[in-house]
Design a protein around this ligand. Structure first.
Ligand code: B12
Length: 217
């Protein structure tokens, strides 16, 4: 069951009403960005997916809602940062063919909030280009997102090649399928599979903690 506020937000997104969507989000002054992403925007988009599946809205309605959501998100939140407060770098990308990038954009925003220098590549980044950019930029973390089952055959290749880069980045995997499927057969033992934003945020916070502890030793 979707909450009243998430369903209200979904209505504004479906109407393409940017201002109302922004106000709907901003009225929750007591919510952190994490809570807004996890409890408000994610369920609103999932609810839109349910309406779409039941043919209660059209593909055009869903596209308008997605475009409005993307615009509103970019207006309200930082999602790409060149400034690194903690000296760490992450690249975030969707597997080849994968178009669902809104969730990964929220992950990107959390990384920025935790002081990371982030390069967010949006949808559909073929492995050869992911490898090329990772070899040059040497990120500490490479985050992958996958939502649709028929993109899974690519996953093994991404994990295999990206995890053998010379600087040994942490491979972090998320997306809709991380919550609904066992993705371990597609990964190696070092891949970190995170089912949702709360887990991602927990990992990011523990990294900060580890750094502070190391700094005081
Ligand atoms: C918007 C949307 C689209 C847009 C995407 C645009 C965009 N910019 O993202 C478009 C129109 C392109 C699209 C296309 C399709 N879609 Co679509 N889409 C959706 C919809 C309605 C919302 C997606 C979304 O934004 N969700 C909200 C985000 C926040 O959730 P999320 O992606 O899961 O991300 C969260 C976590 O997974 C996590 N996360 C995500 N990535 C990562 C990465 C890391 C490293 C970490 C740690 C965490 C993490 O954090 C996020 C925040 O909570 C969903 C419904 C749904 N349930 O999600 C359907 C849905 C996913 N789509 C679906 C389908 C079928 C399709 C198409 C196949 C339709 C078609 N016939 O063409 C195509 C496939 C396109 C492709 N090749 O990838 C189905 C999938 C059903 C299934 N069983 O596979 C869904 C569930 C709709 C439905 N109920 O039927 N879609």
């Amino acid at each position: 069951m979707v909450s009243q506020i998430a369903s209200e937000l979904a209505d504004y997104l479906l109407a393409g009403d940017q201002q109302a969507a922004i106000q709907c989000i901003q009225q929750n002054e007591d919510m952190t960005n994490l809570m807004i992403f996890h409890q408000l925007i994610t369920p609103a988009m999932q609810y839109i997916g349910e309406l779409w599946e039941k043919n209660e809205i059209t593909v055009a309605d869903e596209h308008l809602a997605t475009a409005t959501c993307d615009f509103v998100f970019s207006r309200l939140f930082s999602w790409q940062g060149d400034q690194s407060a903690n000296g760490k770098k992450a690249i975030l990308l969707c597997l080849e063919g994968e178009q669902h990038y809104l969730g990964l954009k929220m992950v990107s925003s959390l990384f920025v909030e935790h002081g990371w220098n982030v390069r967010f590549f949006g949808p559909n980044l073929p492995l050869e280009y992911a490898l090329e950019t990772a070899e040059k930029w040497k990120p500490d973390v490479i985050g992958l997102s996958v939502s649709i089952v028929y993109h899974l055959p690519h996953l093994k290749h991404y994990v295999k090649h990206l995890s053998s880069l010379s600087n040994r980045p942490v491979i972090m995997l998320g997306g809709r399928l991380a919550a609904t499927h066992d993705l371990r057969p597609y990964c190696d033992g070092n891949t970190m599979i995170l089912k949702d934003l709360l887990m991602a945020n927990h990992w990011l916070s523990s990294e900060v903690l580890e750094e502070k502890t190391n700094a005081t030793l």
